[in-house]
Structure formats: C-alpha cells, structure tokens
Write a protein that binds this ligand. Structure first.
Ligand code: SF4
Length: 421
C-alpha cells in the first residue's frame, strides 16, 4: 500500500533558463498526486517554513551549464543553514545528467539522470513509502548518489520514455506552467559539442494527435487571457519531425501537422526559438509550407564557415548546405537567424576568420547568434579546451556586435568556457 504524500511537499526552483523542464515535471507530479510548489528567489525561508510545518521537503532544480554557479551557491547555502533528515535535495537537467558526481559534490543528495518525468516522481514516492528513509531509493534506475561510505554510485539507466504518455504542461491553478510544446526529443545526428543525442539518444516524436490535444488545451487556457494565442515548439531540428531517414524531412508529416494546427485560432511559430533547423533540410518544397507559419525568421544551425571544422564537429553538413539554405530563404523573403559556434577544439585562427568573414557577408540579409564553445558534460568534447581567440579576432567580434550583425551571449559563454580550466 502506498503511503500518503500529504506529509511531504516538493519545492521546485524556477529559473528563466530552466523552467521549460518544469512543465513536464509538474504535470507528472500532479498525475502521481504529489503536492508541489514553484519557488523563486532565496529558497531558504521557503524550505524552513515547510519544515516548520512538519512536512518532509523535496527541493528540486533543473540544471544547465549557465545556472551551475548559482545552483552551487543555493546548495551550499541550504546545506550550511539547514540540517534536517526531512529534507532531500534532488537535481536534474542536462548538466547534472552529464556530470552527476560534480553535482553531488556541490551538495545534492540525488541526481536524476536523463528524463525526469518518470524518475523524479518515483524517487519521491519511494522516499514516502520508505517512511522517509533513504536505503530503498538506491535501487531506482536513472539516478546517482553517494552510498553510506561516500562512494559515488550511478544506477542503470531508465528506458527512454514515450513522449505521448507524458503531458508537457501543468494546469495546476496556483502554479500553471505552459512551456513551448516539445515536438521531439533526442537527435539522429551526433554533433560533438551537443548534449542532446548523448543524453536523449535517437529522436522520439510526439504524435500529431497528442500535439493537437495539447494545442487545444493551450487555446482554451490562453484565449480568455491574451489577445492572441502563440504556439511555439521545442525541437532540436523542427524539420526532422517524424523523419524516417536521417537528413530527409518527412514532408507529408510536416504538412499534416501544420495543416491540422492552422485550423485553430493561433499564431503558429515553427522552426524558431526555442527550436532550430538544420540547413540541409531547407528545400523549395519545404519552404512552401512556411505560408502556414506566423514567423518570418527561422533559427538555422550553420555553426562554422570552415568545412574542416564542420567535419570535426561531426555536423554532417557543409558550408555549401548553409549557403544554399541562405539563398533559398532570402529569395523567398524569409530571414535566417544563423547559429555559429566559434572556438571549438583544434579550430585555427584562419578558420575563425573564415567564420567571421562569412558572418559579415551573410549579415546583409541574415542575423547571427554567435556562440563560444563550452565543453559540456556528457559530450565527446567534455574534456576539450576551447580554441583561443586572438586580440584581432576579438576586435572583429566587437565590431560585428556593434554593427548589430551578431547577437547572443558570447561574452558570458567565453567566461564560462574557461571557468573550470
Ligand atoms: S547540434 Fe542539433 S543536429 Fe547536432 S546533435 Fe545537437 S541537436 Fe542534433
């Protein structure tokens, strides 16, 4: 028999860069009747209040490389200020999944590795059933922890979830969360700088039927609140939706999806933030579908102006593919917003100039978000050092930024990239 969850509360930390993950997580907690609250700011008073009420508290947070410093600060603060057997600190998200030991060292009790929708509620329910003792938690798949002797243990991975079985939003009246709808998870490519395929594996897709039902809910929810209902998606490669073969867009499925959704009174944003498109998926035939979409700008991963660097990255496309996407899009009145990545391992100064010259050239009709390589945990390049940027290269980046040809968090990424080195 399951113990009642009424003596426990899950406090989930809200951050503007990680909150999308909380949609699916809270929906899953709701399904398991596990009470939760979303908290912001200083977590200490909020945790204390709940402990003072006699509750067992699970503090949960999703992590990314950009939140790691603040997460460390929060874990230190909580561990220094609160010593209670009734408090469990659980961290998930891409950074924790790729570097679980590091997160445990920072002070977490458990790390949820990979997909939290299934693991997180099960971890909590097991803690409750186990009368808030830890031992039985250790047999759960998809987690990392330290055993009684302090040894790092990572349990076997959990089988990948079926997206259709998990709802991506929560309509809890006090803590409703409606992030962009995740169309697909995982990726069929294996870029060496990217965490997606190494954490989530090959792509799995949410079905058109399920997406339609979710959109219907968003329309119902937002129509009384907003003048227009904007629908956005999360997809590492939007045009790869339902692809049967890597590199070949499934035109029929994309048509069916977009046609179905345009029946609703919505503004449909597709292939734009927080999604991306690979350049070789852009063809005349595919562009003909964009009439059904509200956005005129599309996020396209171009990544480098050097074919050698693209090969090193294992991108699986060439500079010519990027240029063709540019020509096709611009000729039909669309604006590509290209993502470029500078500073990848082994990149030479000449190759960096190739990328920057290309960005300047494309800047006449396209926009660029410039990124600096950060070695992400869980990727093949996790231990690689970024290539340095000469003063001349840095000056050119400054000029491009001043001319508004490039955007993005380049300076912040530059700092993060060297932090642990
Ligand atoms: S960068 Fe994009 S295409 Fe490459 S592995 Fe990541 S998600 Fe896939």
């Amino acid at each position: 028999m399951q113990e009642s969850p009424s003596k426990c509360i899950v406090l989930l930390y809200w951050d503007k860069t990680t909150w999308y993950a909380l949609g699916a997580l809270t929906s899953s907690l709701q399904k398991h009747s596990l009470p939760y609250e979303i908290i912001r700011g200083d977590p200490l008073p909020q945790i204390r209040t709940k402990l003072d009420q006699g509750l067992h508290v699970i503090y949960g947070e999703s992590s990314r490389i950009t939140t790691i410093d603040s997460l460390k600060g929060r874990l230190q603060l909580i561990n220094n200020q609160i010593s209670s057997p009734n408090l469990l600190l659980v961290i998930g998200g891409p950074h924790a999944s790729g570097a679980p030991e590091k997160i445990l060292k920072m002070g977490a009790d458990y790390v949820v590795i990979g997909e939290g929708e299934a693991t997180f509620p099960e971890l909590i329910q097991t803690w409750i059933n186990n009368k808030f003792r830890y031992e039985r938690l250790h047999s759960l798949p998809g987690i990392a922890f330290r055993d009684i002797s302090g040894k790092f243990i990572q349990s076997p991975p959990r089988p990948r979830i079926i997206l259709d079985e998990y709802c991506p939003y929560s309509d809890n009246k006090d803590f409703a969360l409606h992030p962009p709808i995740e169309l697909m998870r995982g990726c069929s490519f294996r870029c060496r700088f990217c965490q997606v395929p190494y954490i989530y594996g090959n792509p799995r897709f949410r079905s058109i039927e399920t997406i339609t039902k979710i959109v219907e809910h968003y329309v119902q929810y937002f129509k009384p609140l907003k003048t227009s209902v904007d629908i956005r998606f999360i997809a590492p490669n939007s045009l790869g939706y339902m692809e049967k073969k890597r590199g070949q867009p499934n035109y029929e499925a994309l048509t069916k999806l977009l046609r179905r959704l345009t029946q609703y009174e919505i503004r449909l944003f597709f292939g734009t933030f927080p999604s991306e498109i690979r350049p070789e998926y852009i063809t005349d035939k595919i562009l003909s579908l964009f009439d059904m979409i509200a956005n005129q700008q599309f996020s396209v991963g171009f990544q480098s102006g050097s074919d050698r660097v693209l090969k090193e990255m294992r991108r699986g496309h060439s500079v010519a593919d990027g240029l063709q996407a540019y020509d096709l899009m611009v000729s039909q009145g669309f604006t590509p917003v290209f993502d470029f990545l500078l500073g990848v391992p082994s990149e030479t100064k000449a190759e960096q100039w190739q990328t920057l010259s290309l960005i300047r050239e494309l800047g006449k009709k396209a926009q660029t978000r410039l990124h600096y390589f950060m070695p992400l945990p869980g990727t093949p390049w996790k231990n690689s050092s970024p290539a340095l940027l000469s003063p001349e290269i840095q000056s050119e980046i400054g000029r491009l930024a001043k001319s508004k040809i490039i955007m993005g968090a380049f300076a912040k990424q530059f700092q993060i990239a060297f932090k642990d080195k």
